[in-house]
Design a protein around this ligand. Sequence first.
Ligand SMILES: [Fe+2]
Length: 386
Amino acid sequence: MIAKIQIPPILKIGGGSFLEVPSVLSRLHCARVLIVTDTFLVSRGLPDRLCDMIRTSGRDCEIFSETVADPTSDVVAAGVRAFVDGEHDALISLGGGSPIDTAKAIGMLAANGGHPRDYKVPAVIPSAGPVHVAIPTTAGTGSEVTRFTVITDSERDEKMLIAGGALLPSAAIVDYQLTLSMPARLTADTGTDSLTHAIEAYVSRRANPFTNIMALSAMKIIWTELPIAFNEPQSETAREAMMFAATLAGIAFSNASVALVHGMSRPIGAFFHVPHGLSNAMLLPAVTAFSICGHEGRYAECARAMGVAAATDSDTAASGKLVEALYRRNNELKVPSPRDYGIAQDRYFELIPLMAAQALASGSPHNNPRIPTAEEIEQLYRQAWA
Ligand SMILES: [Fe+2]
C-alpha cells in the first residue's frame, strides 16, 4: 500500500509562534493580506494586533470579519468580493474552524470561480488558491492542517463537505497561547472534535501506518489533557498538549478521512445549529457501539491507547470499555442530548430521513469499519435523541 500524505509546507508549532507571521509572509512572498476572522475575535483585539504586526513589516493588510459559525456560501461570496476588490495576494485565517474553512473557500472561489456547491465531494477542485496562512485560536478542528472545508449552502441548509489538496493551507501557525482564554464549553466541544478526529482516523478504512501513529498519539494526549483544560483553563501545560494533539489529529484525519460520526454530525449542525464538536459528542458513544463489530481490534487499540482498557483485556472487553468511557466522559464534560439541548422533537424526527440521506451522500460513512444502511443511520439518530 502506498500512502499519500499531504500536510502544509510550513508548520510552526509552539508558544509565541504567532509572532512569526511576518517571517512566514516573507517566505511566501506576500504583500497584500486579507485577514479572515469573526466579530468575537475583533472585539478581543487579536485581528487588529495581527494587522498592526503585518503593516509594521511593510505589507498592506485589511480585515474581513463577517465569518459566522457554520460558514455559509453567502459569507464566502462576500469574502471573495473583499479579496478581489482589495487586490489581495494572500489570506490569513484567524479563529476557530469557521474562519479557517471560510478562508479556504474564499481562496478556492478566487482561483476557480463558481459556487461552493460546484465543488462538493466528490467534485475535483481544478486550481489551488492564493497563499493561505491558517492560525487557529481553538484546539480542535485541525482545519489548519487539513484538505477539507465544510460550507453550508445558504439556499438549501446543507452542510457541504469539500475536499482536495488545493484546500491545504500554505502555512499553519499553531500557538497554544491563543487558546488560553477559551471558555470551558468551547474547550470541551473543540477538544471532543479532536478526539473524534483521532478515533475516526484510526478506525477509518482509509487509515495507513503514518496516520495510525498520529491518531493514536493524539487520542492518548486528548484523553488525559482535555478534562484538565476544561477544569483548569489556565493550565498552560494542558493547553499546549491539547493544541499539539489537535494538530496531530488534524493531520491524521486529513490523510485518512473521518467516518460515520462526522457524516451524521454535519446535518445536525446544519439544521439545528449545534456547534460541530458538540454534535460529534452527542453521537460518538452510540456510533462507536454500533461500529465496533466492523473492526473490534481497532477500537480495542483505541481503548488501550487512551488508557481506559488494560493491555491484557480481550478485544471484546477493551472495546466495550471504550464505549463506557465515552459515555462517562460526555457526562463529565456536560454534553447534552439533542433533546436536552432544546431541539424541537417534531422537527428532529421529521428530518431524520433527510439527515440520513445527507450523511450517506457525504461519503464519510463509507470509511466506517461497519458501513451503515440509511435505515441504520436513522436508527442511530433516534437512539441519540435522549
Ligand atoms: Fe470535526
